[in-house]
Design a protein around this ligand. Structure first.
Ligand SMILES: NC(=O)c1ccc[n+]([C@@H]2O[C@H](COP(=O)([O-])OP(=O)(O)OC[C@H]3O[C@@H](n4cnc5c(N)ncnc54)[C@H](OP(=O)(O)O)[C@@H]3O)[C@@H](O)[C@H]2O)c1
Length: 297
């Protein structure tokens, strides 16, 4: 049994926490909005009022938080996890999708506390997290990744060791830019089919079963064709923008180009401009419908 402090009981954090509990681990949970974490108590989790309180004496401190700001406040704020009396030699894991710059800083801060740091962003939606089938892109030393495999097995079907600290988030951000481009391409293609008078159920089947049929396109074209989107929202337009912005920054910093990333940022920006930023990414097709109808009105 490993003593885990988990920071962030959101759409992704909650199922990961449930799977750690099912795996026999002791989990102390911090969530900014305490009430949202209450249902986890009945499953055996302890709740902490601050990240500092959660992290005290833990073997593993792991977070799943919205963005850089949320991660900075939770790890390094006045009552942050790094202010705790941590166990030297314990592990700090950042599982959120944040920027490489922040992950690098967090690694330095964790080292000053004697913690081993790994960036372990995850791929898979909340239903995949519930099934314990996430993909983990791990950045850290081979010894640290091996030491944590049995813990990460509780939430994951595949722990991919990408390389040193920072490489997990580097891969994840590039992966998410590609993913966002596919969702945007799917919305554009489906909307174009509709405008051309093609039945959307037929279009979705064609895209899903043809060479275009990545898992993203297969899933999202179905939602778009049925006009039924996930409830509650699983991944919003604003979250897509966050990931694409971090990803474009990284790609350009390493000397790459992201023409498609910028175009994708622009179309998800149209969602926000149309008041739809908190809706599912698959609802981008509705933004395109609105933009198109304004253009042709
Ligand atoms: N959803 C997906 O499909 C998916 C898939 C893979 C990876 N991810 C990544 O996983 C991470 C979590 O995503 P999610 O879907 O679980 O998001 P979510 O449901 O919105 O949860 C976000 C979490 O961050 C906390 N938070 C936000 N701002 C904060 C702040 N300023 N200070 C402290 N805590 C703050 C929230 O606390 P409150 O409850 O108080 O708001 C909540 O615990 C993100 O980095 C996301 O990109 C998501």
């Amino acid at each position: 049994m490993v003593k885990i402090a988990f920071l962030g009981a959101g759409m992704m954090g909650q199922p990961m926490i449930r799977n750690f509990l099912k795996g026999g681990h002791a989990v102390t949970v911090y969530n900014r909005t305490l009430e949202k974490a209450r249902p986890l108590e009945a499953l055996g989790a302890e709740l902490a009022l601050t990240p500092r309180e959660a992290a005290r004496g833990a073997d593993v401190i792991m977070s799943s938080l919205t963005n850089d700001d949320a991660s900075q406040q939770t790890w390094n704020g006045p009552d942050g996890a790094l202010q705790a009396d941590v166990r030297p030699g314990a592990y700090a894991i950042e599982a959120s999708t944040v920027s490489l710059a922040w992950v690098s800083k967090l690694n330095e801060l964790a080292a000053t506390k004697g913690l081993h740091f790994l960036d372990c962003p995850v791929a898979g939606r909340p239903d995949v997290a519930e099934a314990g089938q996430l993909k983990v892109f791990a950045g850290g030393s081979a010894d640290d990744v091996d030491a944590l495999r049995s813990v990460l097995d509780a939430i994951s079907k595949s722990v991919m060791h990408v390389g040193d600290v920072g490489s997990g988030i580097t891969f994840k951000l590039i992966y998410n830019v590609m993913g966002a481009i596919q969702v945007a391409a799917c919305a554009e293609g489906m909307h174009a089919c509709e405008a051309a008078g093609i039945d959307l159920a037929v279009a979705a089947e064609g895209f899903a079963t043809g060479a275009t049929g990545s898992p993203h396109v297969a899933r999202h074209s179905g939602y778009m064709a049925r006009n039924e989107h996930e409830d509650p929202v699983q991944f919003s337009g604003k979250m897509r923008i966050k990931d694409v912005e971090y990803g474009i920054g990284l790609i350009e910093d390493v000397g790459g180009q992201s023409v498609l990333g910028h175009a994708t940022r622009a179309v998800f920006g149209q969602m926000v401009e149309n008041g739809m930023g908190d809706m599912n990414d698959s609802e981008l097709i509705d933004t395109l419908r609105r933009v198109h109808s304004k253009g042709t009105a």
